[in-house]
Design a protein around this ligand. Sequence first.
Ligand SMILES: [Zn+2]
Length: 203
Amino acid sequence: MLSKTHLTVGVAAALAVSPGRTAGGLFAAVIGGALGGVLCDVECKDLPGRNDAFTGRIGAGALTVLLLTADSIMKAGLWTSIRTQPLSSVIVGALIVILAASLGHISTHRTFTHSLLYVALLGLGGGLISPFLTVPILVGGVSHLALDTLNKKPVPWLYPLLKKGFCLRLCRADKAANAAFFWLGLIASAALLAWKLKANIIP
Ligand SMILES: [Zn+2]
């Protein structure tokens, strides 16, 4: 699937499993789901005239900056969870994410970045930065692998143990199913966010 689709579906999946009892928890779900969903395609380079990978990365980055700023102003809890982590934990976590993404960036398409190992490294690094981010990043990453498994190019879930992946060959990455999943992810994200805000946060 394309980058924007992985972003909306990653966010929806993370919101679905998030208990969302605080605004900070919901912000973490959106940020983690978006980053987990998009970073699995960190090795993708846009062809001339196409900007899909770039758009997804800008979208996830903008969401992260926007929600961290909102969290800081509202004192919603995500920033506090980062600040109360030992500095060494935050630094090691950031290094793990940067190292995994850098290795992913230079890897062959749909190898290391489309494995549970890569998703686990992102979740581990994110969790060392803030425990709120672990599950959303893992869920966002797994949603990416699951969506790509519907396509016609194998996904090596157990790389490097099993380099040969599998796929269901149900749809193409850039056709109607991609658009359907994009809108499904967007609508589900908005509905889940509204429902969880109303149920748990708004008095
Ligand atoms: Zn992918």
